[in-house]
Write a protein that binds this ligand. Structure first.
Ligand SMILES: [Zn+2]
Length: 111
């Protein structure tokens, strides 16, 4: 009896998997909706507008299992664009620490 239940559970899982698209895509759609109030179609439109490249460094979209991150203003919540993980992380500093950009430029200019 438990064996048949397990078979049925697996069949149901496979059915859900096909019906609901790939789980990672489903998670992405949910993430866009809850974090940015953004539809998947809007994400794709932005990606197309940016020709699949980071809005800052213009590097191509990361590999097949990675994607560009949604960058948004922490104060207003407005989506600004899609960034690679390096640019997105760097930009957080610009938003979080006043004067960070000037300090970084000064720091890099020192030798
Ligand atoms: Zn970038």
């Amino acid at each position: 009896m438990p064996y048949k239940c397990k078979e049925k559970a697996l069949a149901n899982k496979r059915e859900r998997y096909v019906r609901d698209e790939f789980p990672s895509l489903r998670r992405l759609k949910q993430h866009l909706k809850t974090s940015f109030k953004m539809q998947y179609q809007e994400f794709n439109a932005l990606l197309e507008l940016q020709a699949g490249k980071c809005a800052l460094c213009r590097k191509d979209e990361p590999g097949p299992n990675k994607r560009l991150s949604v960058d948004h203003c922490w104060k207003t919540g407005k989506v600004r664009g899609l960034l690679c993980s390096i640019c997105n992380t760097s930009l957080r500093q610009v938003d979080a620490v006043p004067g960070w950009t000037a300090n970084a430029l000064f720091y890099v200019g020192q030798d």
